[in-house]
Design a binder for this molecule. Sequence first.
Ligand code: ASP
Length: 325
Amino acid sequence: MLKKLIAAAATTTALLASGSLLAADFPDRTVTMVIPFAAGGPTDTIARIVAQTMAKSLKQPVVVENATGAGGTLSAGKVKRAEPDGYTLLLHHNGMATSPAMYRKLAFNPLTDFEYVGQVADVPMVLVARKDLPPNNLKELIDYVKANKSKLTMGNAGLGAVSHQCGMLFLSAIGTPLTTVPYKGTAPAMNDLLGGTIDLLCDQTTSTTSHIRAGKVKVYGATTKARVASLPNIPTLAEQGMNGFEMYVWHGLYAPKGTPKPVIAKLGAALREALADPNVKSKFADLGAETVPAEKATPEGLQAHLKAEIDKWGPIYKKAGAFAD
Ligand code: ASP
């Protein structure tokens, strides 16, 4: 009898250690998806569509929490410190790979502090301006920016946000720095652009599409290699002479390091199911975004992409000297 009890206890300990017991019931309560930027913005939009659909397969609510600040880097630090049980996740974009090159002190290491669930979606960006900015095309805009550089402002979501990176690439390509205004996300930046308080913004199509269609902003070009399928009349920056200008926003879903593998597997299955959902695909497509294929929505797919992006952008931003403590 005693032997049997000892054997049972040993099995339970082994199962707990491997995470199998935890995974058997997972999830039995609400899962929180932390995102780095303000509600109503592009990252928030992607996260809410994915979270709502993942909730269906997980049979538990998945709530989005906006943990803003420091160009999105505070959110990753927060999730790194969370219990590694699968109930706290992070949905982040390119900033996960580029922030280490931009912040001297960072509370997390993207390569060692997280488990990877998978890539989520790719989103193009567009360069937009307040509706009444005089220039009517990219060439006119470049001349206008050069002539009015002391007066114009460009919004972004903080150092390390993609709006910041895109703005920096554009302004350095035309050799003209402008005053930049950081916000907690591009949702509040867009409000100020619509209100005419700032002049320019580089933002994802997930947030800009409705304003472009309604004629509430001026648009000067897409940041992608090819035109955005849902906005076919908007030329790319590259085709208008900014050779090689290419930037798109990729997203990954992360969990704190040590989250049991079987829990990650359940989350990954729910993610892939959400991305294959026709409703999600069509919502994304209308916003210019694209869900990633199933093989990228895996731990290996995300890890490999993150590593490649760190290798690609790290030296560029280090050289550009865009730093914060
Ligand atoms: N993703 C945006 C950026 O990095 C911010 C946001 O989602 O609000 O600029």
